[in-house]
Design a protein around this ligand. Structure first.
Ligand SMILES: C[S@@+](CC[C@H](N)C(=O)[O-])C[C@H]1O[C@@H](n2cnc3c(N)ncnc32)[C@H](O)[C@@H]1O
Length: 255
């Protein structure tokens, strides 16, 4: 799948430093195009990705609203599959590296269960959306959202480029893009939008190898239930749900 180019709009009062970093990153990837279909808008109060046709809602990260907020309130706590996959049901609260952060939804769910979560994201557009959403959440009037967001950090880059946190990590969490198989109506609109600016992650097998080489207790891979194993590597165990599966590669006991 080809990845769409992006145009930038920077308003007076917007985060000029984040906008300039994003411009340079997109330029170096040859993905900045003033006539592009998608426009990354840096406004004083938020960053969003707009589709000029107006057919789709702009994409932005808002941890205090919508599906993320609903999941925080009614998501099922430590009984949900993602919590079991990282070992939260074993009475430990692991420190997690989310090496494929995306829009930070899984990371926020894990932080809301008490985990410290460090996120890495390599797409310049997704990083800008996520960094903006996290900064707004950390300063949110909703004290609970602010408390959770302050257990999260985000950095631009990839473990494939040797980027690793300076402190100990218990779990490396991976959720690379999976090629869309379903036709438009079945895939949520915002995810289709997201897919066209991120593309697929054809190097995801190598990401699992890099994660397994890190000093951690386990690596957790989120996949569609019927998807093949990453790198054809057999996990220690799996948690299989209706549409999502977690492959757990245990290296040592969680402390
Ligand atoms: C399916 S999305 C993750 C969604 C995320 N779990 C969430 O809950 O919002 C995959 C993301 O991982 C990022 N990604 C893929 N491979 C990466 C790598 N090697 N390093 C950093 N980010 C990566 C992609 O750019 C994309 O934004």
């Amino acid at each position: 799948m080809s990845v769409s180019s992006v145009a930038l709009e920077v308003a007076v009062g917007a985060d000029a430093s984040l906008a300039e970093q994003t411009r340079q990153r997109l330029c170096s990837q040859g993905r900045l195009d003033t006539a592009a279909e998608f426009v990354l808008q840096f406004a004083p109060e938020l960053v969003q990705l707009a589709h000029p046709s107006g057919k789709e809602n702009p994409l932005l990260v808002d941890f205090a609203a919508g599906a993320v907020d609903h999941r925080r309130k009614f998501g099922g706590g430590k009984g949900q599959d993602i919590a079991k996959a990282v070992g939260l049901n074993k009475g430990v609260t692991p420190r997690i590296l989310d090496a494929t952060a995306g829009l930070g939804r899984d990371a926020f769910a894990l932080a809301s269960l008490g985990c410290q979560v460090d996120m890495l994201e390599r797409s310049p557009v997704v990083f800008a959306l996520l960094a903006d959403g996290l900064a707004r959440a950390q300063a949110a009037a909703n004290g609970e959202v602010a408390r959770i967001a302050n257990q999260m950090t985000v950095a631009y880059g990839s473990v494939l480029d040797g980027l690793t946190p300076a402190h100990l990590i218990d779990v490396v969490y991976l959720d690379p893009m999976f090629p869309e198989r379903q036709k438009s109506a079945l895939v949520k609109k915002d995810m289709r939008f997201f897919h066209s600016v991120v593309g697929d992650d054809p190097d995801a097998d190598g990401l699992l190898d890099a994660a397994l080489a890190m000093d951690c207790a386990r690596v957790v891979v989120k996949r569609p239930s019927k998807a093949p194993l990453l790198a054809n590597r057999q996990p220690s165990h799996q948690i299989v749900g209706k549409s999502i599966r977690y492959d757990i590669y245990a290296k040592r006991k969680l402390a």
